[in-house]
Design a protein around this ligand. Structure first.
Ligand code: CP
Length: 310
């Protein structure tokens, strides 16, 4: 589907739940155009010249933080990275006081990652700057779902009718929540699998199929998306052991023998090799995991650009 809209409704990109199929398609189509910028000798366009973007990361990140910064620089924005460590957050300053003080220095956009669901919305309601959610607790990670969709579309040519199986810690994952909203909205079929303690009750109400085993999830899948166990969001491990988890839900080349020809394996990262995925799979011919990372830059360029225009 080609985009039938030229702008996002909101100044803020808080979640996939708020985006229409046309807005999702607009971001993916724009990202397709931006992919070529990263292959040029001079990897820059002037779109955001003179604009200031603050990356406010209050939780650890490698891929999201780095690719937002690269995306902003490729759009010619001025960027400033703020982390809790070394800031007055360590002296007890609240998120809203921190954000209002940063706002007093006139940023045009704030990209925020925070452990509390709803933190980006709280900023969006109070600040005139555009707010982009770079992951809020177990709620949403919209740009991850957009780059996942971009990668599926790039590899398989479409989202409509694609069978996507998502396996792992469904209960604590913001990636799965954003992916379910996006994929069901774009008419892909979504199956989830994992240990019963890590499958939220009534998740079927989001329009997904739940299966009990890895083999059932692999059968018929065009895309297999593996998730890590989010130990940081569990009071204690909701599993007997990580070894048992690997034996039951770890994706190995042997388990992949039953997969459809042409299946692609995805993972948002960071991976725990030997827990949810074998190294031979992560580095094997099925894997598009590093392509996801590459695509993250173009997709975040598109997200930042459209938020700045809205
Ligand atoms: N996928 C993802 O959000 O990775 P980081 O936590 O490294 O940003």
């Amino acid at each position: 589907m080609r985009a039938q809209t030229s702008a996002l409704k909101s100044k803020d990109l808080l979640g996939i739940e708020q985006l229409s199929p046309e807005e999702i398609t607009l971001i993916l189509d724009t990202a397709e155009g931006f992919k070529e910028v990263s292959e040029r000798p001079v990897k820059k366009v002037p779109a955001l010249r003179g604009q200031l973007v603050i990356n406010l990361f209050m939780e650890a990140s490698t891929r999201t933080r780095v690719s937002f910064e690269i995306a902003e620089k490729r759009l010619s924005a001025d960027t400033l990275n703020f982390t809790a460590s070394g800031s007055s957050v360590e002296k007890g300053e609240t998120l809203i006081d921190t954000a209002e003080n940063l706002m007093a220095m006139a940023p045009d956009m704030i990209v925020i990652r925070h452990k509390y669901p709803g933190a980006p919305k709280m900023l969006a309601d109070r600040l005139p700057a555009s707010i982009i959610n770079a992951g809020d607790g177990a709620h949403e990670h919209p740009t991850q779902a957009l780059l996942d969709a971009f990668t599926i579309r790039e590899r398989l040519g479409r989202l409509h009718g694609v069978n996507v199986s998502i396996i792992g810690d469904i209960a604590h994952s913001r990636v799965v929540r954003s992916n379910i909203h996006l994929l069901t909205r774009m008419k892909a079929s979504v199956t989830v699998a994992g240990p019963p303690t890590l499958i939220p009750v009534e998740i079927e109400k989001l329009g997904v199929r739940v299966v009990n085993s890895l083999d059932e999830a692999i059968d018929g899948a065009d895309v297999i998306m593996m998730l890590r166990i989010q130990l940081e969001r569990q009071g204690k491990l909701s599993l007997p052991s990580l070894r048992e988890y690997y034996n039951t839900f770890g994706l190995t080349p042997q388990r992949l023998r039953r997969a459809k020809e042409g299946v692609i394996v995805m993972h948002p990262g960071p991976m725990n090799r030997g827990v949810e995925i074998a190294s031979d799979v992560a580095d094997g011919p099925w894997s598009v995991i590093l392509n996801q990372v590459t695509n993250g830059v173009a997709v975040r360029m598109a997200g930042v650009l459209h938020s700045s225009l809205s």
